[in-house]
Design a protein around this ligand. Structure first.
Ligand code: 6PG
Length: 250
């Protein structure tokens, strides 16, 4: 894990999400002032839902939603109506409640049977949006990530081919243990971001978090370990329960 990672331990989940929301408001205003837009890749799973709710309520009036562009760092191979859809979760918790133009929302179409073709198409839309050529990597203002109990992040799972990807931006990553293909950002794309923020909450994440942050084990075993922004910032937003096994918490 990069030594420059900032680890922020908040007492409760509510304080964790409030701190993350504050960071997003700050980064949004900074990016819009400098580049007239803010680009964010949302994470899925259950943890970020409370953050999205908070942005759609407390920050609804202050954020320049028309200047914000939403992407996903990964998606399940399901339709947007499916309870497992990361898009559906973000839409219900935030996007359907705020004045963001539909054209600013770049959903990963998980419903398409051909996951490889979907990944290629999403990669092309990223290259077009960020106007980057082959071999170049777009710079997101912020990429949100979560941490799975096995150390996976986005849909980069232990032992999967996606961990070796060096040039693609988005891949269909075969996850045998889930018997599915997941759409996922790759390490090179994630590590090119201006800021990457992990949201990790709850005691059930304490052991794996300790392995990711403390143990000297190969990244392939805990894929979140290989998130090391090239020249960007890495922030871990943790609640005390998740941080309970970290040396500094003892
Ligand atoms: C996904 C996610 C994944 C998630 C972790 C943590 O699609 O599942 O993007 O990487 O962040 O699995 O999930 P929870 O927040 O539900 O614990």
């Amino acid at each position: 894990m990069s030594s420059s990672a900032e680890i922020r331990v908040l007492t409760t989940p509510q304080e964790l999400f409030a701190a993350a929301a504050e960071e997003i408001v700050h980064l949004t205003n900074e990016a819009v002032a400098k580049r007239s837009r803010f680009t964010i890749a949302l994470s899925g799973g259950s943890t970020p839902k409370a953050l999205y709710n908070l942005l759609a309520t407390n920050a609804r009036a202050t954020l320049p939603w028309d200047r914000m562009y939403f992407f996903w760092s990964d998606e399940r191979h399901v339709p947007p109506t499916d309870p497992d859809s990361n898009y559906r979760m973000a839409d219900e918790a935030m996007l359907s409640k705020v004045p963001v133009p539909p054209g600013n929302i770049y959903r990963m179409p998980g419903e398409n049977p051909d996951a490889d073709a979907t990944a290629e198409a999403y990669e092309s839309s990223l290259r077009k949006f960020f106007q980057v050529k082959a071999g170049e990597f777009p710079k997101f203002d912020l990429i949100l990530l979560g941490l799975g109990p096995d150390g996976h992040t986005a849909s980069l799972f232990p032992g999967t081919a996606g961990l070796q990807e060096k040039s693609r931006l988005v891949i269909a990553n075969r996850v045998e243990k889930l018997n599915t293909d997941r759409l996922s950002f790759t390490y090179p794309l994630i590590n090119a971001a201006r800021e990457v923020a992990f949201l990790v909450s709850g005691t059930d994440k304490a052991a794996v978090l300790c392995s990711v942050l403390e143990e000297n084990v190969p990244g392939e075993q805990y894929p979140a370990k290989l998130i090391e922004p090239t020249d960007g910032k890495l922030v871990w937003f943790l609640d005390r329960a998740a941080a309970s096994e970290l040396p500094q918490a003892k």
